[in-house]
Ligand binder design. Structure first.
Ligand SMILES: [Ca+2]
Ligand SMILES: [Ca+2]
Ligand SMILES: [Ca+2]
Length: 306
């Protein structure tokens, strides 16, 4: 392959690039979505959740206090005070979301075992919440949702929590993403997610929940834009931090003429500025990192200084 690249690399020289990508799973393969609850799709109200997932009561109608349902629209429910939400979080017109009208007592409204996690590994949990209440609904008794996400072991040990605080009502419908990172203990591969409402029911405290996800955490690459393989012991190799975690990745480095000067599967041995053992000249070189999965490629320029 022979490609000429524009000399825009100068702009990047003193900066570091970073890229988010997913980490390995237990077997050394790069990770994917581990768990996703999107509540399915269909017409009309969706079915009740499986036993044990919620302690709220199911209704195939607009939920009163203490009830939940699955809907693909909020149309027809409390239109005076609730936002009209005509599709789920991902924009799927038939996609369901969980519609919750909080119970009078604060309660855990979603509990789910998340199996098949790797021990001693960092994960990211996220979920989307929409406060159904219009901000024109005011009064001393009006409540806003105040949600607690809790990641626990199967024996109830709390690993990490995130509390939203009162989610302010807005003029129009707004999905808010909440996320937290946590690390599994050494010998733990199943966790429990609990989502609780800390505020009482009654007027307000009505919400939509959608797209609950667990993904392997993204070890951040730090990519130096320059290195100096001159044997002085300082920056003599191109040390792309965390790239060695991506054992399947393919790193290819080209000279300005587009010829391959270095290629590596994984990155156990950092590039030392040579081509087949012959030192390369001072100059800019172009790199492409292909993770060999759904993570987008990363590319850019690196400056070799002698
Ligand atoms: Ca959905
Ligand atoms: Ca309510
Ligand atoms: Ca050096």
């Amino acid at each position: 392959m022979h490609v000429r690249f524009p000399p825009i690399f100068l702009l990047w020289m003193l900066f570091f690039m970073t890229a988010n990508a997913q980490s390995m799973d237990c077997t050394g393969k790069l990770g994917h979505w581990l768990f996703r609850e999107d509540f399915g799709s269909g017409t009309g109200h969706g079915p009740a959740l499986p036993p044990g997932v919620t302690n709220m009561a199911y209704t195939p109608y607009c939920p009163a206090d203490g009830f939940y349902t699955l809907v693909n629209t909020s149309e027809g429910c409390a239109e005076e005070s609730w936002h009209k939400v005509t599709h789920d979080h991902t924009g799927n017109n038939n996609g369901y979301m969980m519609m919750i009208n909080a119970s009078n007592e604060p309660s855990t409204f979603y509990t789910r075992m998340v199996p098949s996690l790797c021990p001693a590994t960092t994960y990211e949990f996220s979920a989307y919440i929409l406060n159904l209440l219009k901000n024109t609904v005011v009064g001393p008794t009006v409540q806003q949702p105040d949600i607690l996400f809790s990641i626990e072991t199967t024996t109830g040990e709390v690993l990490e929590t995130l509390r939203t605080g009162p989610i302010a009502a807005s003029a129009g419908p707004v999905w808010k993403k909440y996320k937290l990172a946590f690390k599994t203990p050494d010998n733990v591969s199943s966790l429990v997610l609990k989502i609780s409402n800390n505020a009482p029911g009654g007027p307000g405290n009505d919400l939509l929940l959608d797209d609950i996800e667990f993904i392997t955490s993204a070890p951040k690459l730090t990519i130096p834009t320059a290195f100096s393989p001159n044997g002085d012991g300082v920056n003599d190799v191109w040390n792309v931090i965390n790239l060695d975690a991506y054992t399947d990745c393919v790193l290819t480095i080209y000279d300005r003429g587009g010829a391959v000067v270095f290629k590596s599967i994984g990155y156990n041995t950092p590039w030392n500025g040579t081509r087949s053992g012959v030192p390369l000249d001072t100059g800019t070189y172009y790199y492409v990192i292909d993770f060999k999965n759904e993570i987008p490629r990363v590319s850019g320029w690196v400056f070799l200084i002698r």
